[in-house]
Design a protein around this ligand. Structure first.
Ligand SMILES: Cc1ncc(COP(=O)(O)O)c(C=O)c1O
Length: 377
C-alpha cells in the first residue's frame, strides 16, 4: 500500500527536536518558527510535558467517556482559570475541525436555526459544516455544499448589519477567527468583533470564536478575541492545546444546558490527551509564556517593520504574517534550505511565523539576521 498523496512535502525528515530547534536525519539543525503549523506551543520535548505524559501512560492511557475521568475536571478548572472563562463549560474532542463542527451543531441545537455567517478568507477545517464555512471552494466536495452558510466580506460592518436585517431570525451563529491564519494573518478589527457581539445579542444568534490557530496564548492574550473586550458564546481550540498530542475542545458559555447524548466522541478527553493538555497549561502558566509571546512577538514585529522591502507585517504576539512582493517569493524557500529555518506560508507571498510561545529573543535575532540576508537574495 502507498500513501494517499495529498500533501506537498519538503524533502526533510525530522528525527530529533528540543525547544525551537529540530534536527534532520543527517544531523542538520534547524530553527523552528512554524511549530508544525502552530501546534508546538511550549516547545518540542519539554521535560515537564514528557514527564506528565509518561507518568500517565504508565497508569492508564485510555478509557472511554463511560467512566469518570477526573483529569477532565482538572483540565476544565485549569483552562477556565488560565483563559479567564471560569463560568464556561468544556467539551473535549480531537481536532480543530471537530471543535468547530461541534460548536456549530451546539449553536443550532440552542436556537433551533440553520444559517451560519462566515467571512471571506475564513478557514474552519475540513469536516462537513466546518469546510462549508471555509472560504475555499476547491476543498468543498459537492456533498458538503449547503445554502446554510452566508459568506460576508471580512471586517465589513454594514454587510453584517444588512445580513442580520435580511435573515436575522434564521441566523444560528457567526463564526470568526480572531486572526485569520490560513487566510494570511488578517486581524478581525475590535469594532467588527464588538459589532458581531451586539448583533448576536440583538437577534439571539451565537458568537463562535474560532481560536484553533490564534488562541491558546499565542497572541499574548489567551484568546485573541479578548483584545476586543467581548465574550464569545463558544470558543473553539485545538493546535497548541496538546503541544502535538491530538486534542481539541470547545469552551461553552453557561447559558447552554447539556443533555446526555447531545455531543459525543470516542477518543475526546482520554487520559493521555488530558495529561498532555494539563502539562501545556502548567508550563504556559509557570513560565509566563503569554507574556513572553507578547514581548518577543512585539519585538519581532517592530524589527520586521523596519525592512523596506516588506509590504506589510501583520499579527499579534507570536502569530505574525510578513507580506512580500512577488520578486521575493523565493524567501521562504531560502530560509528553509539556505538558512535552515522553518516558517509557514499563506498564498501568495505571505510568510507566517507560528513558533513556540517560549521562543527567545536570541532565537528571534537569529531569524531576523537570516531574513535580512534572504531578502538580499
Ligand atoms: C482557524 C482554524 N480553524 C480550524 C482548523 C482545523 O483544525 P484541524 O486541522 O485540527 O482540524 C484550522 C487548521 O489549520 C485553523 O487554522
Amino acid at each position: 500500500m502507498k500513501l494517499f498523496d495529498v500533501y506537498p512535502i519538503n524533502d526533510i525528515e525530522i528525527v530529533k527536536a528540543c525547544g525551537s530547534t529540530v534536527w534532520d536525519e543527517k544531523g542538520v539543525q534547524y530553527l523552528d518558527l512554524y511549530g508544525g503549523h502552530a501546534v508546538i506551543s511550549i516547545g518540542h520535548t519539554h521535560p515537564h510535558y514528557i514527564e506528565r505524559i509518561t507518568d500517565q501512560l504508565n497508569k492508564v492511557g485510555f478509557y472511554s467517556n463511560s467512566v469518570k475521568i477526573p483529569l477532565q475536571e482538572e483540565l476544565a478548572d485549569k483552562l477556565g482559570r488560565v483563559s479567564g472563562k471560569e463560568d464556561y463549560q468544556l467539551f473535549l474532542c480531537n481536532s480543530g475541525a471537530e471543535a468547530n463542527e461541534n460548536a456549530l451543531k451546539l449553536a443550532s441545537f440552542y436556537n433551533n436555526r440553520k444559517k451560519v455567517i462566515s467571512f471571506s478568507r475564513a478557514f474552519h477545517g475540513r469536516t462537513s459544516l466546518a469546510v462549508a464555512a471555509t472560504d475555499n471552494p476547491k476543498i468543498i466536495a459537492p456533498v458538503n455544499e449547503t445554502d446554510n452558510i452566508i459568506f460576508l466580506p471580512h471586517n465589513d460592518e454594514s454587510a453584517l448589519e444588512q445580513a442580520f436585517a435580511d435573515f436575522g431570525n434564521e441566523i444560528s451563529a457567526v463564526i470568526i477567527e480572531g486572526i485569520q491564519g490560513v487566510g494570511g494573518i488578517r486581524l478581525a478589527s475590535n469594532d467588527f468583533l464588538q459589532k458581531i457581539r451586539s448583533l448576536c445579542d440583538q437577534y439571539d444568534a451565537l458568537f463562535i470564536a474560532d481560536s484553533v490557530q490564534c488562541g491558546y496564548g499565542r497572541t499574548g492574550k489567551f484568546y485573541s478575541h479578548d483584545f476586543a473586550g467581548v465574550e464569545a458564546d463558544i470558543y473553539t481550540m485545538a493546535k497548541g492545546m496538546g503541544n502535538g498530542f491530538p486534542i481539541g475542545g470547545i469552551s461553552i458559555a453557561s447559558k447552554f444546558k447539556p443533555w446526555h447524548g447531545m455531543l459525543g466522541t470516542t477518543f475526546g478527553g482520554n487520559h493521555l490527551a488530558c495529561a498532555a493538555a494539563l502539562a501545556v497549561l502548567e508550563v504556559i502558566e509557570e513560565d509566563n509564556l503569554m507574556q513572553n509571546a507578547a514581548a518577543v512577538g512585539g519585538y519581532l514585529m517592530g524589527e520586521l517593520k523596519k525592512f523596506d522591502r516588506v509590504l506589510e507585517v501583520r499579527g499579534l504576539g507570536l502569530m505574525i504574517g510578513i507580506e512580500l512582493p512577488d520578486e521575493l517569493s523565493h524567501v521562504k524557500r531560502d530560509l528553509l534550505f539556505k538558512h535552515r529555518i522553518f516558517t509557514g506560508e499563506a498564498k501568495p507571498n505571505i510568510i507566517r511565523l507560528l513558533p513556540a510561545l517560549n521562543l527567545s529573543k536570541v532565537e528571534a535575532d537569529v531569524f531576523l539576521d537570516a531574513f535580512s540576508k534572504a531578502l538580499k537574495g
